[in-house]
Design a protein around this ligand. Structure first.
Ligand code: ATP
Ligand code: MG
Length: 555
């Protein structure tokens, strides 16, 4: 028995195709339409397609922009998609293609189908065409234009291309039949008229191919061996195969469908994400609450953790919804190993150490990682005033509360034990200051006899700490399946999905480069914001994830 992990059904098929000699090496592609930013669902497809190319000698994966619809596509999207694929750790090398470069090829294939009597120009209105198609129970009825001669069709199609029709006045349809129980096979539309400027071909064309016609031709043109797509396309496969069989194409790719990624508490459709952006529910495509690749990057999700997650969920034929907690687990898992530790106080409460005598400050030496000594250690200063979390002090603590309260002891992480000697309150009852004494010679040593000290808390030195804007992100939606909310997904937005606080953090954090991850001890994983954090000027952190899953607990 070999120890190699079990292959998913797609890798199984590829392995068979290689061993039977059907293909020498697989060629895959990732074919985004540049009409929005990529999201985690796309990451699954990227890891699959580029992953297969990495695993097989001589194999490659093309990055192909499926830019056949001029109305929704923009260069901004093309650029962001390239950046995202690279960030995920993949490379298309020289294999970057645009479907719009094949417009001539598509056109010639269409003319070829007309010449074979397999396509016709229909001048019925879109409403008539829809009506005459019938439905699953009723066969369609032929359009009055269905029996045009080849010559008439060639001329009409040339006129479509020449701009002699208005939008909606004519379409080119495949002549397959009108009785199939698969509606996709009922004389599907191949070309429509759109008088719109295309982001790459400008006004060269006013006829644009439909996805079902263009996609198999794009694959064949690039000699794709295995064309991997999501399950919705399963009943488009007969049409895919029909175009491959009847058009003059240089290769015959095989379409294989797999289950798309859906996550709880998440919207995963470019159209809906665009709506969140356009309606101002989020700050942009790279808002750290969005499942876009640019959003999760800014949130501090590491690319390696995304790849690990995609590997773990695997490739299957069954659509299901993955618990977002699983993704968050993989993020924590990765950061636990890879993020150095620092201290930051998110809701500061000042502690005055009354017997602090050393001048002007002393310091504590703290390891940067509890398990991995290669991260080294650092000196943090300690002086007469420090900050601790408000929640680490209680005026009247219960027995099981092991942190600070009147007369109680607690250890400052990496430093000495302190004992609370008093506190001050504002008129409204808020604790404004805690007083304490430190126990000399307790740094790095057990508590002296008779001193009950059961916990260590994080802290920062008030004399050297810097202010940081910290954005505490939480899930964007309050329900598991925002798509099925009665009032639509915008009715279940989490009003507390971001809370901004001014934290006190270790001084060195102000100098960190944007996009650097840390664990703030006891608080979670945080990353310097890639847009707003300016080293030495303005310190801005995004919370990547808390240390534990509080949603699972709440449920
Ligand atoms: P959306 O529905 O979000 O607009 P799409 O499928 O229209 O996505 P494309 O740009 O056409 O977006 O997708 C590029 C590739 O990514 C396709 O091969 C598609 O199957 C795949 N893909 C898109 N969404 C998912 C998903 N949720 N899970 C897995 N693969 C996906
Ligand atoms: Mg699409």
């Amino acid at each position: 028995m070999s120890d190699s992990p079990k292959l998913d059904f797609i890798r199984e098929i590829i392995s068979t195709d290689l061993s039977t000699g059907k293909h020498e090496t697989p060629i895959t592609r990732f074919p985004p339409e540049p009409n929005g930013y990529l999201h985690l669902g796309h990451a699954k497809s990227i890891c699959l397609n580029f992953g297969i190319a990495q695993e097989n000698p001589g194999a490659k994966c093309n990055l192909r922009f499926d830019d056949t619809n001029p109305e929704k596509e923009e260069t901004e999207y093309v650029d962001s998609i390239k950046e995202d694929v690279k960030w995920l750790g993949f490379d298309w090398n020289d294999d970057l293609y645009f479907a719009s470069d094949y417009f001539e090829f598509f056109y010639n294939c269409a003319v070829d189908l007309i010449n074979k009597g397999l396509a016709y120009v229909d001048e019925e209105s879109p409403e008539e065409i829809k009506l005459h198609r019938g439905n699953v129970n009723t066969p369609g009825t032929p359009s009055g234009f269905r029996e045009r001669t080849i010559e008439e069709n060639l001329e009409a199609f040339a006129n479509m291309k020449a701009g002699k029709y208005k939008e909606g006045q004519a379409v080119l349809r495949a002549k397959i039949g009108l009785t199939s129980s698969n509606m996709n096979m009922r004389d599907p539309v191949m070309y429509r008229i759109m008088h719109a400027a295309h982001h790459r071909t400008g006004s060269d064309w006013c006829i644009y191919p439909m996805y079902d016609f263009a996609h198999p031709l794009e694959d064949a043109h690039e000699h794709i061996t295995h064309s991997l797509c999501t399950l919705e396309f399963e009943n488009h496969r007969p049409l895919y195969d029909w175009f491959i069989k009847n058009c003059p194409v240089p290769s015959a790719p095989r379409q294989i469908e797999f289950a798309r990624l859906s996550l709880t508490y998440t919207i995963m459709s470019k159209r809906k994400l665009l709506q969140l952006v356009n309606e101002g529910h989020v700050s942009g495509w790279d808002d750290p609450r969005l499942p876009t690749i640019s959003g999760i990057r800014r949130r501090g999700y590491p690319a390696a953790a995304i790849r690990a997650f995609c590997k773990r969920i695997g490739i299957t034929k069954y659509n299901g919804t993955t618990d977002v907690a699983l993704l968050e687990h993989d993020i924590r898992d990765h950061l636990n190993t890879h993020a150095p530790r620092r201290m930051a106080v998110l809701e500061p409460l000042k502690v005055l150490i009354e017997n602090f005598s050393e001048e002007p400050t002393t310091s504590a030496t703290i390891p940067n990682h509890p398990q991995d000594a290669s991260y080294g250690e650092r000196e943090v200063t300690l002086s007469a005033e420090i900050y601790i979390e408000q929640e680490d002090f209680m005026e009247d603590p219960p027995k099981k509360f092991f942190r600070l309260g009147p007369e109680r002891y607690v250890r400052l992480r990496g430093g000495p034990i302190i004992q609370c000697t008093g506190f001050e309150k504002s008129e409204s009852g808020e604790i404004t200051l805690v007083r304490a004494n430190l126990l000399p010679d307790t740094t790095g040593k057990d508590a002296p006899e008779g001193v009950k000290c059961k916990a260590a808390i994080h802290w920062v030195d008030a004399a050297t700490a810097v202010d940081a804007e910290v954005r505490l992100y939480d899930r964007l939606f309050t329900v598991e399946d925002p798509d099925s909310a009665e009032g639509g997904f915008t009715s279940v937005l989490n009003p507390d999905s971001v809370k901004t606080v001014t934290a006190k953090v270790e001084a060195s954090l102000a100098g960190e480069a944007p996009g650097t991850s840390f664990q703030f001890e006891r608080n979670g994983y945080f990353v310097t914001d890639s847009k707003d954090h300016k080293p030495g000027e303005k310190t801005v952190f995004n919370r990547t994830t808390p240390l534990r899953d509080s949603w699972g607990k709440a449920k």
